[in-house]
Design a protein around this ligand. Sequence first.
Ligand code: 5RP
Length: 229
Amino acid sequence: MDEAKRAAGTAAAALVEPGMRLGLGTGSTVAHLLDALAARRVADIAGIPTSRATEERCRELGIALLSPEDVAELDLAIDGADEFDASFQVTKGGGGALLREKVVATMARRFVVVATPDKEVERLGRSFPLPVEIVPFARGPVRRALEARGASVVLRRDASGPVLTDNGNEILDATFPAGIEDPAVLDLVLAAEPGVVTSGLFIDLVDEVILGAPDGTTVHRRTPETPAD
Ligand code: 5RP
């Protein structure tokens, strides 16, 4: 699986051109992207990291950093995903970076997801839980709202207690036994729920998906609206 992730990350790094302003995602597939990007030594690139972990790795690799204050728009954002469907809707946030990832994806003219074929699903939210970032005070009401929609909900924890995101919030992981029937509607419903910061649903944001295979090959899929290179 790691070879497949490396293939996807390396293929995405090849999309980066001199002078680009980038969005740099989070996760194990993006880790390969960052390595490949640093190895390519593309001139005058800089990126907004979507997590402290990515920020730290960029510093180690010498990739210049930006903040969302610095630029109005990004040329290209590249990030991983937990699941994607045939309509290019994706869920993210397995690594807890969903809010910054969504901010950065929304700033990008072109948003490319790097993944492996096992992440393609018929329905989102069934085999991998949907993360929902919440302010801690709203934990009970948001949990009940998700349960009323058929989800089983778990507060994300580690050995020291509830996991806090880079923004100081908590995460509820919601599994929908029948999958999410209408991801766009659920996204709107959750956005209107007081105390929800954001959900891991990325609706109509993805332009392309690069899928890596263990033999090092990749498949590049584009939405019907996305022009080929
Ligand atoms: C982090 C994410 C990741 O992009 C997602 O979890 C995929 O990670 P990986 O590439 O390690 O499988 O959304 O919040």
